[in-house]
Design a protein around this ligand. Sequence first.
Ligand SMILES: [Fe+2]
Length: 208
Amino acid sequence: MSPKHDKRDATYNQLEAGTKQARPIQHQHAAEIQAYGKIAKLPIALDEKTCATSTENLNQLLADTMTLRDMYKKHHWQVAGHTFYQLHLLFDKHHGEQDELVDQIAERIQLLGGISLAMAADVAETTMIPRQEAPVQISRLLEAHEMILKEARTMAKQASDAGDDGTNGLLVSDVIRTNELQVWFLAEHLVDVPLVRADQRKAATGGD
Ligand SMILES: [Fe+2]
């Protein structure tokens, strides 16, 4: 064995001892620093009760928005038929916009001193959007949008009355407007219009 090889073997033997401090410390457990539903108030000139109410409302909205976001991705994957391509793209666009709303809502909850829902199991327990057996995709999306719009309007008014302008602004300018616009883009797909002839019956008979 060459001297060079000996030197390398020695290095290998020292591997564990020589890297102990640089290794990641895994499988740790820590004590909880804030219970879910409690407010760790920040200096934002809002009282704790207002922060708690807005946080509770926003967590409901967060669970529903996450469900709608994920429904869009599901439909993006599972869409079929002659409008496949345009709906495949539209569903993914709406998914991205809902994902931005999820981030905005969750971060608003955190800055209000609350804890935002995050894990799928918690979202499934909280959302009001029901599971359905083989629903029509666009109808199901429209129903979910309407539920979110209804709750967002109620929450916006409540936030406004309590002086929580930031929450009101997020709900009105972002959540409500984005959902309304997406409803328009979806609902127009369900209008039954003739594809080529304005009046198919007259065209077939040659009448005026
Ligand atoms: Fe995709």
